[in-house]
Write a protein that binds this ligand. Structure first.
Ligand SMILES: C[S@@+](CC[C@H](N)C(=O)[O-])C[C@H]1O[C@@H](n2cnc3c(N)ncnc32)[C@H](O)[C@@H]1O
Length: 457
């Protein structure tokens, strides 16, 4: 068989035009028809690159020089933009980021879901697109012999040492500073993941944007944390308004950040926040949407798509601490929430009580195990809301839903690819997609959240 000629050689320099952008935010161009992905390059630009990898069908290049810049190019405001890679779109103007996200959703639906001709609305963006996150997770370790608190370098476990992160709430800058002081002053060993040795692994924070409450969670490898009273003292003395300090134990050799056990070192072992007029208690292990301003928009859309009149039975699958369940319960006859994390379900019951909402019930368990049993027991819902993690729904969940035959399905998703896969399965049965609303929950990153309305044919 004739060998395919690859016109690009590794380590050689080339000039190319960039004409598209990948789902991961890399610029895409062609050299003699051969596709190259280049981080940091934008459509409309002419760039000089060095080929770092040339595979059979495509390659990767390192951006050396922008010869003709795009009019949409911005100077990244974050000093760590080049090394951190967390906000990989911050060199692109915000309006173009929103267009990119809408197109990303359309492409996924067409390519993976084989769904065309559906109304995909423009992505709803933010007025203030920085400092929007209410939850931060900073790995702690030694990089090149020095203490580093920050973010993992892309595709590596080296940590970029930072003193601020401008997508997170301002208070995090102080938390990083104080944690660093504590580790240095008391010589507390930080975690070395190769040796599975050392103590402090991560600093996690949760902030209530409406209430101002702040919980700092120090994740440790094992229960032993020396000088904990000094840590509490330092955090309390330097961060006004802090409401809780928690030690989370994670002794496993894993990339999962939080372990199962929490010890409250001081104050509350949770935070409280308010969303769309409802009060929520949020524990260390419970999921809560990270962008509260956009979450209100997202949930309002979900409510609109649910089309409730007050008489409906609703199932909220993957219900977390009951946010969507309680939001919809005000307009429905009965809502069932299903969630696998026991602590989140406990929070959900507590949240129903705090808000005086009685027409909800929460079930602990995996959606794929609970929902088929509920269908077998004869439970029927008029509306089902799905809000799964990034990997989407297991096929068994969707098959059970088809048997249950709700009139409407509202699918909230943070991953267009798994959304498209799941919609495909449903559209091959008795459902059709009516419309999709992307919401920018994660400005300056390539991620996008969507609410999709499906109706039974
Ligand atoms: C994207 S979050 C949505 C939570 C909630 N709807 C909200 O908006 O805050 C997904 C939730 O699904 C839960 N989860 C993950 N896999 C699950 C499964 N197989 N069955 C039930 N819940 C699951 C997670 O613990 C998490 O709370």
């Amino acid at each position: 068989m004739k060998q395919k000629r690859i016109p690009v050689k590794e380590n050689q320099e080339y000039e190319m035009n960039v004409d598209d952008i990948s789902v991961d935010g890399e610029g895409i161009g062609r050299i003699d028809g051969f596709t190259m992905f280049v981080e940091g390059a934008l459509p409309g630009e002419r760039v000089r690159i060095r080929a770092v990898k040339a595979g059979r069908n495509y390659g990767y290049g390192e951006l050396l020089k922008i010869i003709i810049p795009s009019p949409d190019r911005m100077l990244p405001p974050c000093p760590y933009a080049k090394r951190c890679g967390g906000c990989s779109l911050q060199h692109l103007s915000y309006n173009r980021q929103l267009e990119f996200k809408t197109r990303r959703v359309r492409d996924a639906l067409e390519r993976i879901g084989k769904i065309t001709g559906v109304k995909i609305h423009d992505t709803i963006g933010m007025q203030q697109s920085w400092r929007y996150r209410n939850k931060a997770q900073f790995p702690v370790g030694m990089t090149g012999g020095s203490l580093s608190i920050g973010f993992f370098v892309p595709r590596s476990h080296d940590i970029v040492d930072i003193d601020r992160c401008i997508i997170n709430h301002q208070v995090n800058d102080k938390v990083i500073e104080i944690t660093r002081k504590f580790i240095e002053k008391y010589n507390v060993p930080v975690y070395d993941e190769n040796a599975h040795h050392g103590i402090i692994r991560h600093v996690v924070t949760k902030v209530g944007f409406k209430t101002g409450q702040l919980m700092v969670i120090i994740v440790t490898n094992g229960r032993y944390l020396p000088y904990k009273d000094k840590l509490v003292e330092l955090l309390r003395n330097n961060i006004p308004g802090i409401t809780g300090i928690v030690q989370n134990i994670n002794s496993k050799k894993t990339n999962v950040i939080l372990g199962d056990e929490n010890i409250t070192l001081w104050g509350q072992g949770y935070i409280v926040d308010i969303l769309a007029g409802l009060t929520f208690k949020i524990s260390p292990l419970s999921f809560f949407q990270v962008n509260p301003a956009q979450t209100e928009i997202l949930y309002s859309k979900a409510l609109e798509y649910a089309g409730l009149t007050g008489r409906e039975t609703v199932i909220d699958l993957y219900s977390g601490i009951g946010t969507i369940s309680l939001f919809l319960a005000r307009s429905a006859a009965k809502v069932y929430g299903i969630e696998e994390v026991p602590q989140a379900v406990q929070d959900a019951w507590e949240n129903a009580r705090i808000n005086g909402i009685a027409n909800v019930e929460f079930i602990t368990g995996k959606a794929e195990e609970v929902i088929p049993k509920l269908v077998d027991s004869g439970l029927r819902a008029d509306v089902v809301v799905l809000d799964p993690p990034r990997k989407g729904c297991e096929a068994g969940v969707l098959e059970a839903l088809i048997r249950m035959a709700p009139q409407r399905i509202v699918y909230v998703s943070c991953n267009p690819a798994t959304l498209a896969r799941d919609l495909k399965l449903l559209t091959e049965q008795e459902y059709r997609v009516i419309e999709v609303q992307p919401v920018d929950m994660f400005p300056h990153t390539t991620h996008v959240e969507c609410v999709t309305l499906m109706s039974r044919v």
